[in-house]
Design a binder for this molecule. Structure first.
Ligand code: PLP
Ligand code: COI
Length: 353
């Protein structure tokens, strides 16, 4: 694939990496390519980071045809930059595209676009402890008409942002509220893909939780409001009475790449993990009986995030005295060790740029 490169004439100053938040600063360039049904994907280019100009009738502005991914580039101790399981993000993006009738991107083309872009922006990968270059590929339907149909034009973009931790708590435990009213997704809907609409629908509950001092919402299933699903921006895992449990991927939960990696790490170390239905009644009983030993969330932005308190219907349940549990710590150390190149990647998950 030919990628036309136009370099910025005004490179920005890079931020102090000890002060980075999440997704506030963007690098000098972005990758763009266009799709139409006649030409397929075309005009791949890396251009200076700038505002987009789109038609006011563009599909995305009216009917929410938007999907995205999130992955990170990490600065290793030897100075090189590496990606973590990028092929998984490429495949999930195509699964999201299939669900919303957006065009899929051939895997080799998507990998070439990603690696060329990261290569160009790699100096923006920060090196301070816990920092990385967050990559946000996204695609939207871009037909210039108000008819509702599968799109004929689409745009694919990758932007990048040097980031620190997603939560202000860093690796310290976060407080999560279990949402009893709103639901995020139903089976047959879009819960298993990364589309913007899932996040728009979750904002009301998220705002309510934040106003009460909680970082995010833990969702229950959309039909019976009975089974635990995922958290706002991460999957969730528990250790209940010795058993490590995570909700099974029933169709309304995002199949997280960090979740998959945690399961593979746990299994490789000989832990038994159950992917199964976990009801709110079972979880509440475990909380009340002190049998919930550890809870943590996992996601690209959130990394491994211990949960120190759950709140359900106004009852607050502290977990593990608000401290990081043993399994949570082991997963954090193992995954971040592989991502930042501090420990050997025996799984073959990393891709050097
Ligand atoms: N669940 C939701 C709703 C998310 O937004 C995310 C983040 O992308 C995850 C789970 C974790 O997915 P991953 O580990 O692939 O980042
Ligand atoms: C990620 O972890 O990459 C995400 O996409 C979460 C995001 C909603 C902040």
């Amino acid at each position: 694939m030919e990628i036309k490169i136009t370099k910025t004439l005004c490179p920005k100053e890079k931020p102090d990496s000890s002060t980075l938040g999440f997704g506030q600063v963007f690098t000098d360039h972005m990758f763009i390519m266009d799709y139409d049904t006649e030409k397929g994907w075309h005009d791949a280019r890396i251009v200076p980071f700038e505002n987009l100009s789109i038609h006011p009738a563009s599909t995305v502005l009216h009917y929410g045809s938007e999907i995205f991914e999130g992955l990170k580039a990490y600065r290793r101790a030897d100075g090189k930059v590496q990606l973590f399981r990028p092929i998984e993000n490429i495949r999930r993006m195509n699964s999201s595209a299939e669900r919303l009738c957006l065009p899929e991107i051939p895997e080799d083309m998507a990998m070439e676009a990603l690696t060329a872009f990261v290569d160009m922006e790699q100096d923006w990968t920060p090196s301070a402890e816990g920092t990385s270059l967050y990559l946000r590929p996204f695609m939207f339907g871009n037909d210039e008409t108000l008819g509702v149909h599968a799109v004929h034009h689409a745009t694919y973009i990758i932007i990048a942002s040097p980031v620190g931790s997603y939560y202000k708590e860093g690796i310290n435990p976060v407080k999560i509220m279990i949402e009893a009213e709103d639901v995020r997704a139903v089976r047959g809907g879009t819960g298993y893909i990364k589309c913007g609409g899932n996040y728009a629908a979750s904002n009301r509950a998220g705002a309510k939780a934040e106003a009460l001092g909680y970082s995010q919402v833990l969702w229950l299933d959309g039909v019976e409001r009975k089974y635990i699903e995922d958290v706002g921006a991460m999957n969730v895992m528990f250790k209940i009475d010795g058993e490590i449990v995570t909700p099974a991927l029933t169709g309304s939960i995002l199949p997280g790449i960090t979740r998959k990696s945690c399961l593979e790490v746990l299994k490789s170390k000989g832990y038994k993990v159950s992917e199964r239905l976990l009801s709110i009644d079972e979880l509440s009983a475990a909380l009340a009986d002190g049998k919930l030993e550890e809870a943590w969330g996992c996601g690209t932005a959130a990394v491994i995030s211990p949960i120190g308190e759950l709140c359900y219907k106004d009852v607050k349940y502290p977990i593990n005295n608000g401290e990081i549990g043993e399994i949570t710590r082991m997963l954090y150390d193992t995954l971040t060790g592989i991502q930042w190149g501090k420990i050997e990647d025996t799984f073959g998950w990393t891709k050097e740029i």
